[in-house]
Design a protein around this ligand. Structure first.
Ligand SMILES: [Zn+2]
Length: 381
């Protein structure tokens, strides 16, 4: 049978060659359109039908490719974007796939364009005539910033696969849960005045001092109330990250800002966190209502867990001879789990993600192809 797409290395090179940097810094942020087009072309050469959706108000795109009809099936998902890079710390060209010491170097090699190269390699040799349930390939936008690609996919989605696998670099370990992440800023707006007369102003640092006491109580409360034994740090964490306030020694401080983050375990939702913060700070907010402003920073990601009550998890553990584990980084899984049982399983180590001279160890390629084949036969044949 004549191969319809180029060989593995050629595909991998072409995926790395297209920059798809996502950044909250607008001057660095790039469209992923060329990458999505290239991936769609390969998949359409393999006879997949393609749906490309623009994320509203952005120049970013999601792609959903499908082969087969009916309900159920398997969805393999990866994000199309990468983080930014620092050219002073890279010793190789980030956009030229370089093979050295059995490692593939380049920006996005492990996080996570290598997964797409493996998927295409496997799909180039499957028996398409015997497919009974759909195979979906999803490539999302903006995972590295606000996860708007995954969120938009869920909002506009019309499919219901039996299982979703996100190929983030897990060193081919099966991940069924991770913590979430949410961050806040609290501003206290006092009133400045000369330091010689404390009654002349309202010192925002002193109000912030009380807020910090409440937050430290909140941190202890979360640790006591919420526990999840599968995590190495088995409780939600609160980190007071930065604080700024005041300028001159002889001036009453008018503005003080505190940033902090919370990493919830599964079972503690973002809404619960929101309510708990309001509750814990209620007395001080009542006292200084117009002077305390609480804002959410960045885009929050809920905690995620595909529990052992779920048959899909058991099925995949048996099929791949893997025991599921938890990790401390966030993925798009909490969004996808709304439509199907979702697990994270992909080639390469997270230790190389977001690093200079990022690489995928070639050791992962063959086992990844094996696992993908097994998953396809389990869910689509
Ligand atoms: Zn990633």
């Amino acid at each position: 049978m004549k191969r319809k797409i180029p060989p593995f290395m050629e595909i991998y090179k072409s995926l790395i060659k297209i920059p798809t940097i996502s950044s909250t810094n607008k001057s660095i942020d790039q469209s992923n359109k060329n990458f999505i087009d290239l991936l769609s072309n390969y998949l359409s050469d393999l006879k997949f039908s393609i749906k490309i959706d623009q994320i509203p108000n952005t120049n970013k795109f999601n792609m959903l490719a499908c082969m087969g009809t009916g309900c159920g099936g398997l969805l393999l998902s990866g994000h199309s974007d990468t983080v930014d890079f620092d050219e002073n710390t890279w010793t190789k060209d980030p956009f030229i796939l370089t093979e050295s010491n059995n490692k593939f170097y380049g920006l996005g090699t492990v996080d996570m364009k290598g997964f797409f190269a493996c998927i295409l390699e496997v799909l180039s040799s499957i028996n398409k005539k015997k497919i009974k349930k759909p195979i979906y390939i999803l490539s999302t936008a903006n995972e590295e910033t606000d996860m708007s690609g995954a969120k938009y996919f869920i909002e506009s989605n019309i499919i219901q696969p039996d299982c979703i696998i996100i190929g983030e670099p897990t060193s081919l370990e099966l991940i069924n849960a991770h913590k979430g992440h949410v961050s806040y800023s609290i501003e206290v707006i006092g009133r400045t005045g000369h330091s010689s007369n404390p009654d002349d102003g309202i010192n925002s640092i002193e109000i912030m001092h009380h807020i910090i006491e409440y937050l430290i109580d909140f941190k202890k409360y979360l640790k006591k109330k919420y526990q999840h034994k599968k995590f190495s740090i088995p409780y939600p964490t609160v980190n007071l990250s930065s604080i700024h306030g005041g300028d001159a020694i002889n001036r009453i401080c008018s503005l003080c800002t505190l940033n902090f983050e919370i990493r919830p375990i599964p079972g503690l939702t973002l809404t619960q966190i929101e309510i708990l913060i309001q509750e814990k700070l209620q007395s001080i907010i009542l006292k200084w209502s117009s002077r305390i402003v609480i804002k959410k920073l960045f885009s929050a990601v809920p905690a995620f867990e595909c529990s052992h009550k779920n048959n899909t998890l058991k099925k995949i553990e048996t099929l791949c001879k893997l025991n599921s584990k938890t990790v401390n980084y966030c993925t798009e899984a909490p969004f996808f789990e709304k439509i199907a049982p979702t697990l994270i399983l992909g080639p390469g180590s997270i230790a190389q993600a977001h690093q200079s001279d990022e690489y995928l160890d070639s050791f992962f390629i063959e086992p990844t192809k094996n696992i993908l084949n097994k998953l396809l036969y389990q869910f689509c044949y």
